[in-house]
Design a protein around this ligand. Structure first.
Ligand code: NZQ
Ligand code: ZN
Length: 391
């Protein structure tokens, strides 16, 4: 196991009606003037925003509101939020929504107290200071409620970049699984896929002897395999929603990733897709992961055979472990299709003729020198082949 540090200071309030305590937690974590940041219409429609406002009012906490965060959140609204926070003297950002709202909130929180352009953080500068952020999560997916990361799309050029820093780990996150019961099945499935991707991207490691994190990941994958179809069949299944919600947090606050190298090639390959086609991140991952896994599986065929037997119930073929490995990847792909995820470029809305553009952004954007590096280093030629496998 590699040396590591692990800092995960977020306070979690989990369960029914916990959003009504938002005001109390804002006060506890030092907020005296709040920006409530939210997305399109779901939080309004469900009455959640009204309850959050009432909770702040009951604690006499003044607030301003900024809605309109789109999935794959854009830089334009971040600039708007920064200006609003400065003008209004906001000292706490409260995100009400999914990963997109939380990521936009984190960007605003860091940008408000930074002298330069907030995009510097999305061009490699670590975030060391930010206004405190709290979250009320409405979709189990990105894991941003417990992560030190934020992903924003720059409108000029439509490229997607991540920023990171412990300063943007939420001070508190309110997780009420009942809030996710209004999700359309496609969004639930995209969330399930993203959570499983966060697990797989950590499972694909070059570090030996990391049994504790291997076992945690396998347990969480098994949970997702069991609970995923239950929420697709019955969106109101509170207990299945609850298990998925907590699994989503554990999948990405890095408790399963410490002490080991991680992959993230599938995420990078997907980010180029969701930036160009504005597809759901999880849907893009459903098409990306099986192709990437098949392409790289011979790098460590036993690791793929292990997850195939332990999670997907495949029989180990000791003479031909590559057969078992492939069966596991196919089982995962069938699972994703069975919950309603797209299986190829066409179903995702992607186009074969865009592959050179995707590869260019992927391998040369963000200061990269012609390749991406994870479990296996992938060159432009490799990435072109992988995108072609998705057709
Ligand atoms: O805008 P509204 O109307 O709220 O609709 C949203 C949105 O259309 C809807 N939704 C959310 N909660 C709902 C609901 N609809 C009905 N009922 C509810 N309870 O769902 C749609 C998707 O929301 P979004 O926030 O975009 O989903 P998600 O949480 O999957 O976030 C995706 C973003 O997170 C980034 C992705 O790249 C993508 O931009 N990621 C962030 C990470 C991080 N910060 O650590 C890591 C991830 O790997 C990921 O890259
Ligand atoms: Zn993700």
């Amino acid at each position: 196991m590699n040396n590591f540090t692990f800092y995960s200071p977020t306070f979690f309030a989990f369960g029914k009606d916990t959003e009504n305590e938002a005001g109390k937690y804002v006060k506890q974590f030092g907020g005296s003037k709040v920006l409530i940041h939210y997305g399109g219409s779901s939080a309004k429609r469900s009455g959640l925003l009204d309850r959050v406002e009432a909770s702040l009012q009951s604690e006499n906490i003044p607030y301003v509101m900024l809605g309109g965060v789109q999935p794959n959140p854009r830089s334009g609204l971040v600039y708007e939020g920064i200006e609003l926070c400065r003008k209004e003297g906001v000292d706490f950002v409260l995100a009400v929504g999914g990963g997109s709202v939380i990521d936009s909130s984190k960007a605003i929180a860091a940008g408000t107290i930074y002298d330069g352009d907030f995009w510097d953080f999305y061009s490699g500068k670590p975030i060391t200071e930010a206004l405190p952020v709290g979250t009320i999560l409405t979709i189990a997916a990105a894991g941003s409620e417990g992560s030190p990361d934020s992903v924003i799309t720059k409108e000029e050029g439509m490229f997607k970049r991540g920023a990171s820093g412990n300063a943007i780990r939420p001070k508190f996150s309110i997780l009420n699984p009942a809030l996710t019961q209004t999700l359309p099945p496609y969004q639930s499935a995209a969330g399930i896929t993203d959570i499983m991707a966060h697990l797989y991207e950590r499972y694909l490691t070059n570090t030996k002897e990391v049994e504790v994190t291997d076992r945690l990941i396998e347990a969480l994958l098994l949970t997702m395999k069991h609970e995923g179809p239950r929420v697709i069949a019955d969106p109101n299944n509170y207990d299945a929603r609850a298990n998925i919600m907590w699994a989503g947090m554990m999948a990405h606050n890095n408790s399963c990733g410490v002490g080991r190298s991680q992959d993230w090639n599938s995420h990078n390959i997907e980010h180029a897709l969701s930036a160009l086609y504005d597809c759901a991140h999880g849907a893009g991952l459903a098409v990306t992961m099986p192709a990437v896994f098949k392409y790289v599986m011979n790098h460590d065929v036993m690791r793929f055979a292990r997850v195939a037997t332990r999670v997907w119930g495949c029989q180990m073929d000791f003479d031909h472990p590559e057969v078992t490995a492939l069966e596991g990847i196919e089982a995962f792909r069938s699972f994703l299709i069975s919950i309603g995820m797209p299986k190829n470029f066409e179903e995702l809305g992607a186009k074969e003729e865009d592959i050179p553009k995707l590869v260019e952004v992927l391998c040369h954007g963000n200061g990269r020198g012609g390749s991406i590096c994870g479990f296996v280093e992938l060159t432009e030629e490799d990435c072109t082949k992988i995108y072609k496998m998705m057709i």
